[in-house]
Design a binder for this molecule. Sequence first.
Ligand code: PLP
Length: 378
Amino acid sequence: MLDIGQIPTPCYVCEEEKLERNLKILDRVQKESGAKILLALKGFAMWSTFDLVGKYLYGTSASGLHEAMLGRETMNKEVHTYSPAFKEEEIAQIALISDHLVFNSPQQVRRFLRRAKNANPAVSCGIRVNPEISSAPVDLYNPCGIYSRLGTTIENFDPSVLKYLDGMHFHALCEQNVDALEEVLKAFEEKFGNYIPQMEWINFGGGHHITRKDYDVDRLIEVVRGFKERYEDITVYLEPGEAVGWQTGPLVGSVLDIVHNGMDIAILDVSAEAHMPDTLAMPYRAEVRGAAKAGEKPYTYRLGGNTCLAGDIMGDYSFDRPLKIGDKIVFEDQIHYTMVKSTTFNGVQHPSIAIWTKEERLEIVKKFGYEDFKNRLS
Ligand SMILES: *Cc1c(COP(=O)(O)O)cnc(C)c1O
């Protein structure tokens, strides 16, 4: 068990055993359904764990040059790169290090396909389509919302580009169960089904919350198998990000001071804005270990960050005992969509990145300092 006492704060701590548990669930999906699973780097890019991740998954899925480079350098298995818009000056380099390229529109295919194939004749190319159905919970995270720029709708689709392509890609989900995938798949097949038999692969995107307790893994396996049966053993890819890093460790902070203004307010050495931005953007309330909602336990505090942003607030939490300076505060499940989005806003100390190994050892894999703040600016 993770020993919070050993953690210097602030620090993200990925627990290897929990990560491997997720990978084993994903591996079961691969083995029993025949799907190939890629890690979407957008959600989880803690590359010090990629030896382990690469033992189970087929590779990484990138959204542009830098993620593709990271996938190639650190996991070096399959690299699949999709971008909302590729750029002239990057396409050859991206093609060279990618196994798959996914274009967002027919005009991107026409513009860049030849150059990509010249750079890497083996690169397998596809197009992202928009099935125009999604039950994603929040507009910010709905790739199929109104006026979405992500993927081509059937109305704007040009089947004449398909002769250059081996695959189709859709990404329509966010933190969803397999029932949502089934709906999307139905819409995808209704709209684009005529073209599927010409394809070698279909990428079902991410947003599958496969490692969440209530996810119906058996049903996912059936759905993928059914699809593969309908289309003569076509290759199916899934590219979850969040499901890989889901519940694999906390962000640990400490109480720096306690002030009073109508209520008790604890100022921490972690920041909602800089280190857990989805809590403000989505928004959602992070769980705090040992704490409950305001008023449920005897001592309620507002938890806030050490930036000068008034809204840098994690929320109001109640505790069994009064907080004191130096107490550790453990925000649960802060490994996915945190490090990949964090900033050095306001110059506050960026949390270290650590692994709690299967052997119960703390390995601090990265520390940040003044230079990291300075180097992002000029
Ligand atoms: C964000 C994204 C993913 C991963 O989504 P998760 O919700 O983290 O599983 C996969 N594919 C594409 C194209 C994405 O934009």
